[in-house]
Every structure is written in C-alpha cells, then in structure tokens.
Design a protein. Structure first.
Length: 302
C-alpha cells in the first residue's frame, strides 16, 4: 500500500456515477411501481451500494481502510436508463474516489441482478468519477513562481563551521518544488540581536517568505522565537499549532518546539526546527496550503 503517513487529515469528497440501461419500458415501469419480483430495486441497490462503499478496502488491495462519514446514493430515470449517483465524504489522509466508484458499481450490479429475470437486455455503462476534492491534490500542480524566499539558519555550531547545514538546504529544496526561488541564504549564530537584525533586513519587498531554521527548542541558546516575536506585526498562532500537532502524531517531542509564525510587513516569517526531519515534517504539515495567506493578506476573497 502507498505510504500516506506524511499526509494530513482533510475533508475529502468524491462523486461517481454508473448507468443501468434496460431494453424495454416495462422494466422501467416495474422498477418505478415496485413490482419487480425480487423486491424494491431502489432500496435493495442503495443498501448494497452502502456496503460497497464501506467495504472497498476489503476488495481493492491498495485502498486504505478509512472512516466513511457520509454517503448518498440517488437515482434518476432518463428514458430507458437509470443513472446512479454516489457521493462519499471523509475526513482522512486519502481520498474517496475509489469508494464512490466501487459503491456505484455495486449498486449497478445489484440492479442488474434484480432485473435480469424480467429483462435479458440490461447493460451497465459508464462507471466513472465525476468530481473529487480535498487534500493537497487540489494544489499539487500549482506553482508559486511569483513568491521569493530568504532562508536563514540559526546555529552556533554551523556558523562556526563545526557542523554542516542540512535543514536550511532542505528548506530550499522543498521550496523549489513549489516554484519558489530562494534569493538569500544565510547562517547566523544563536544570538537575539543578530537574528533580529537579519529578520529586519530581509523582511522587504524582495522576499515574500522568510524562513528561519533552528533555535526553537528549550536549550539556553535557543532564542529564535524571542528574537522574532517582537518584530511581528501580525502573529498567526494557528500555523505553528498545526505544525506541532502534525509532528506530535509522528514523534513524542514535537510539543516542545516553540516555533512562531506571522507577518513582518508583507513578509511571512516562519521559524522551523533545526533538524532536517523537523523541517521536512513542518513543511509537509503547512505547504502548500499556507501560501493561501498571501491572497488573504492582500484582501482577496477566500
């Protein structure tokens, strides 16, 4: 099965359809009048479709078991065809398009099974996905080339060339995936005044995004939050709340991170952990959806 542990729970929806075509009007009349010998076709097929949605992972090997939180199965008769619509919702790490399509196919097969004694010319047609939404797939192909970034590593040991930087370079590489170029890369010591000076200098119209790594923990030299907080014009508490919650689900010490986020002028400032894993998990938790902030900050509609 595909590894989805890096994904976040979001509301995901899918709508699928299938068509059952009969060969004579008498079949449609029997369905509508509830006179099919095997029973009420709509109710039996709807019940079977609900089971089909919920049991998808049992029969499709690569599908993940997930909580199905809403399913609607409706029917529409158009001349000699019965159109089936299946809508499925979940709040989970992966989408429900296969669940919706599986539900539509099981619904159609149940109708076929119930109607075949009275109509030998039934066909099932066009099992397909009509809509899907939710998760990062809505944004995965979007590039944010209009945004430019600066990345600053806060570390005494890296500044003194005793250690090699991995986290800052990881940030730059991940930003490239979203089409964001890093115009400035710097390494500074864990010093409040130095960090504050660099933050002030880089929060300008050239950089829409300013990311610091390191100095967000609890050791005596971890001072990045203390340096940045007084400079923030608008702090955005929910950003790092999201990152810490995401991290805590994956390792037990994420709750100890003191990272902060907010705007200095029109520049979005993020303070990330100093470890490569911590940086990558934070980016997984926040990007690309956090980039929506730039539209909101300019007064555009959500």
């Amino acid at each position: 099965m595909v590894n989805i542990t890096k994904k976040s729970n979001t509301l995901r929806k899918a709508i699928a359809s299938a068509t059952v075509r009969v060969s004579k009007q008498e079949t449609i009349d029997a369905v509508v009048q509830r006179k099919v010998p095997k029973g009420d076709v709509f109710e039996f097929a709807r019940a079977a479709g609900l089971f089909g949605v919920k049991r998808t992972s049992d029969v499709i090997p690569d599908c993940h078991p997930l909580p199905v939180e809403y399913t609607s199965i409706t029917f529409q008769i158009k001349e000699m065809e019965i159109e089936i619509l299946v809508e499925v919702h979940t709040i989970y790490k992966t989408g429900v398009e296969v669940e919706a399509m599986h539900g539509a196919s099981v619904t159609a097969l149940t109708m076929y099974d119930m109607l075949k004694p009275i109509d030998k010319g039934i066909e099932i047609r066009n099992i397909r996905l009509l809509e899907k939404s939710g998760g990062k797939s809505d944004l995965k192909n979007k590039q944010f080339t209009e945004l430019k970034a600066a990345v600053v590593v806060c570390s005494d040991s890296i500044f003194q060339k005793q250690n090699e930087d991995l986290s800052g370079k990881a940030v730059i590489a991940r930003l490239e995936q979203f089409g964001i170029a890093t115009l400035k890369y710097d390494v500074v010591p864990d010093d409040v005044e130095v960090i504050r000076k660099v933050a002030t200098e880089l929060s300008n119209e050239q950089h829409q995004l300013l990311i610091f790594t390191g100095g967000t923990g609890l050791s005596p030299r971890d001072v990045t939050p203390e340096a940045i907080i007084p400079l923030l014009d608008r702090e955005i508490e929910g950003v790092m709340e999201t990152a810490r919650r995401y991290g805590q689900e994956r390792m037990p010490y994420a709750m100890l991170s003191r990272g902060v986020a907010g705007f200095i002028g029109d520049t979005l400032v993020l303070t990330l952990p100093g470890s490569k894993n911590g940086v990558e998990e934070t980016i997984d938790a926040l990007f690309p959806q956090i980039l929506h902030l730039f539209k909101v900050n300019k007064g555009q509609k959500h």
